[in-house]
Structures are given as C-alpha cells and as structure tokens.
Design a protein. Structure first.
Length: 304
C-alpha cells in the first residue's frame, strides 16, 4: 500500500513519451502476465502494479496531475481549488489595503510555499486559515484472491496494510471482480481530515468442477448408456455434499435437471442459496465384449 513510483515500475523516466510508455507496458505485461507465471504471487503483484502505472501514465491528464502532485495526484482538483481560493483572498486583501500584496498566479518557485501554508507550515500565505483546511486521505486499492470454496462461507481474513493488521469479514457469496470498501483504512487525512478508505477487489479462483453464475452452479455428470436407457440411481457431488438422483428411463444426452437450493449462497442473504443445474452426458462404451456386440446387433435388427 506504500506510494508506488509509476515511472520506476515501467523502467522509465519522466521524459518518456507516450510511445515509450506503451512499449514498456506491453513488454512488461507480457513478461509478468499470470498465464505466463502461474501460481507466482510476486509476478501477479508486479502485473497489477504495471497495469496501475499504465492506467495513470498513459492518460495525459492523469499523468500531468501525477507529475505535479506525486502520491497526492488524486487530490489535484482539491489542491487547485484551494489555491484559487487563496489567490482570490489575496486579491481582496490587496484591494483593501491589507498587509498581503499577493497577486497573479502562483509560480513553480512559490508552489512549495503554498503547500507549506496549506498543510500547516509556519508562516506562508493564508496563515492560520489555510492550516484549518482539511482533506480526506488517499484511498488505497488492493486485490485479494480467494478460492471458490472460501467464498462459499462467511469467514474472516487478516490483511496487512502499511504495517497494520486489519481483520475483515468476507460475506459468503462474494463474487469475482466485486469490490468492497473498508472505511478509514486508507491513507491518513491531511490537517485532521478523515482517513481514506481501502477498496478491496476480489479475484475468485475456481478449481472445482462447478461453473458459477452469480448464485447458480452448473455441473456436467456422466451416466452410463445402460442407465440412460433403462433408468436407475446415481450419486452426484454437490458443493456441500453428495445426493442420490433417480435417472428416468430413456434419458437423452444433455438432459438438464435442477436441484433447488443446492447452488451458491446469495451475497449478504443468510441461508439463501441459488440452484444447482446438472447436465447429463451419456457415455458410450469404448470396447464391447463379443456378448455385448451380439446384443447390440440384435437391438439394431429391432430398429433401435
């Protein structure tokens, strides 16, 4: 969660052109892409930093703010508004014969003085009034990878943010790509302003035979040809246990059945679940015994 130098992440300096940024991003993105580095957490973190850096530096307006304000670039508009208010205040003092003689736009030379006065430095234009201006701290963004089975139940996790351990509760049914806000766990507020927030985006890794679509689950179950033709019982795995199912005689390939309430929990709805859809896939014997082959020949003669 510490400040990241986006130029350093891409191996560039501040004079880099947009084309340089594009080339560096493409090269590094290929190198650290998760598909190229499976199960490599360091590569995953690096890949996310590269994407974050590119998102800012490839946008001329965001890059301009980043170059000027560094880690506080997201507050650029607030800073500019505060500076304009101070300029207007200075002109009013000047017109009324007051002790301040500031006029015109602030130059780069006095920009540091502006920040010093704004954030509580001694002296500086604006005095005590500017020191009272409060700003919310920077919001932090993080990604957390969960296994699909972890997302099935409400549980707690401990995260480390800037050296501090944060205990969070992850509700059952959290979805892939979903973002939650942890209030007050971002960067510290400025001049007594509120702390920023922590936004966590979840990546749900699915290593199960189930396909998830919101709160519904989907699974393919193979059944023998004889069971499909004659019917019978089979045992199938659901997400939280096994169930026995009756297969009707004459079941066709790709027949789908629904098991109500056997799907995934609905987000923040205690004890409410979606459905599980089972698709039957009829398996054909790869090799027949002489007796079986003779039996199928007889069936063929009957027109089946």
């Amino acid at each position: 969660m510490e400040f990241i130098d986006y130029y350093k992440v891409l191996g560039l300096d501040k004079s880099a052109s947009q084309n340089d940024i594009k080339k560096a991003y493409r090269k590094l993105a290929r190198k650290y892409h998760p598909d190229v580095n499976p199960n490599d957490k360091n590569a995953e973190i690096r890949f996310k930093q590269i994407n974050e850096a590119n998102a800012v530096l490839s946008d001329p307006e965001k890059r301009k703010k980043y170059d000027r304000y560094g880690k506080d670039w997201e507050h650029a508009e607030e800073f500019e508004k505060a500076r304009q208010q101070q300029q207007q205040q200075g002109r009013r003092y000047q017109g009324s014969g007051g002790p301040f003689t500031y006029s015109g736009d602030a130059s780069e030379a006095d920009f540091s003085d502006f920040f010093e006065s704004m954030f509580g430095g001694a002296g500086g234009f604006g005095g005590g009034r500017s020191r009272q201006m409060k700003f919310k701290g920077q919001d932090y963004n993080a990604r957390l990878t969960l296994d699909l089975r972890d997302a099935y139940t409400t549980h707690k996790r401990t995260l480390t943010v800037n050296g501090k351990n944060i205990r969070i509760t992850i509700p059952a049914g959290i979805e892939d790509g979903q973002t939650i806000r942890i209030k007050g766990h971002g960067g510290p507020g400025i001049n007594g302003g509120p702390d920023g927030d922590l936004y966590i985006t979840f990546d749900i890794a699915n290593n199960t035979p189930f396909k998830r679509e919101r709160s519904n689950l989907y699974k393919t179950e193979e059944i023998p040809l004889t069971t499909a033709v004659l019917g019978g019982e089979i045992t199938v795995d659901t997400f939280d246990g096994k169930v026995r199912l009756k297969v009707a005689p004459g079941t066709q390939n790709d027949t789908r059945i629904k098991l109500k309430g056997k799907g995934f929990p609905k987000y923040k709805k205690e004890e409410t679940f979606g459905d599980l859809f089972i698709t039957y896939r009829v398996t054909l014997p790869e090799k027949l015994t002489p007796e079986q082959e003779e039996m199928f020949k007889k069936l063929k003669q009957t027109g089946l």
